[in-house]
Design a protein. Structure first.
Length: 222
């Protein structure tokens, strides 16, 4: 059986990773999507100790400790491995967020036999662009889908996924956005450098139109 294509999406907050993940999922058949934020929100609903602590940490807006997120992630990937007979690929968004997580993910993929076909895609935008996008973007009040303020999305008032009302996030301030840019430089940029050093990084200009970013993604993955 062919090794699944592993696609790790990296980029600053506001770079459009979620939008491009949706595009890839619609373009490629039998691809799975692993979004760490969704996994953590699901775990936060559990009543056990880890679930309660994850909920507390998320409410504070802090990072989940690497061993915890890696354990949750590993359990999900193990489940995908069980049904990998029909799975052609895996798209990852929101993980790794620290170098130790990138190294643990590499070890896990090696363990599962999925380490031969891994690509990290960096959707690159400037700090200025990231801050502008974050302070303009909206979120669905019902399904919590984040809607970027770019292209055709600028003119919509309802969620493109469920039709819910779009609202501004209270934490999407200039100060918060600036902090996210600094965090990316400190924690995530070394991860991108790590994938570049190991020959697995592809950088894409994220300040193009959504359609052009998608086109470049397809070119990079062929």
């Amino acid at each position: 059986m062919k090794t699944p294509q592993i696609i790790i999406l990296l980029g600053k907050s506001g770079s459009g990773k979620g939008t491009q993940a949706d595009f890839l999922l619609n373009k490629f058949k039998n691809f799975e999507y692993l979004e760490s934020g969704k996994l953590l929100r699901a775990k936060a609903k559990d009543k056990d100790y880890i679930g309660r602590r994850v909920k507390e940490i998320l409410l504070k807006g802090e990072l989940i400790p690497a061993p915890v997120i890696s354990t949750i992630w590993l359990k999900k990937v193990a489940g995908l491995k069980e049904k990998s007979k029909n799975m052609r690929g895996l798209i990852m968004d929101g993980n790794p967020r620290r170098m130790i997580e990138a190294q643990m993910i590499d070890e896990a993929f090696k363990f599962f036999g999925w380490d031969k076909n891994v690509k990290a895609i960096l959707i690159d935008i400037s700090d200025k662009e990231g801050i502008w996008r974050l302070t303009k973007r909206r979120m669905c009040k019902d399904c919590r889908n984040k809607v970027p303020f770019v292209g055709e999305f600028k003119n919509i008032t309802r969620c493109p996924k469920c039709g819910g009302k779009l609202i501004r996030r209270s934490d999407d301030t200039v100060a918060a956005a600036t902090s996210r840019m600094k965090w990316f430089k400190t924690e995530v940029q070394p991860i991108a450098d790590y994938y570049k050093k190991t020959g697995r990084l592809i950088k894409i200009n994220g300040e193009q139109s959504i359609e052009d970013v998608s086109k470049d993604l397809l070119k990079a993955l062929k």
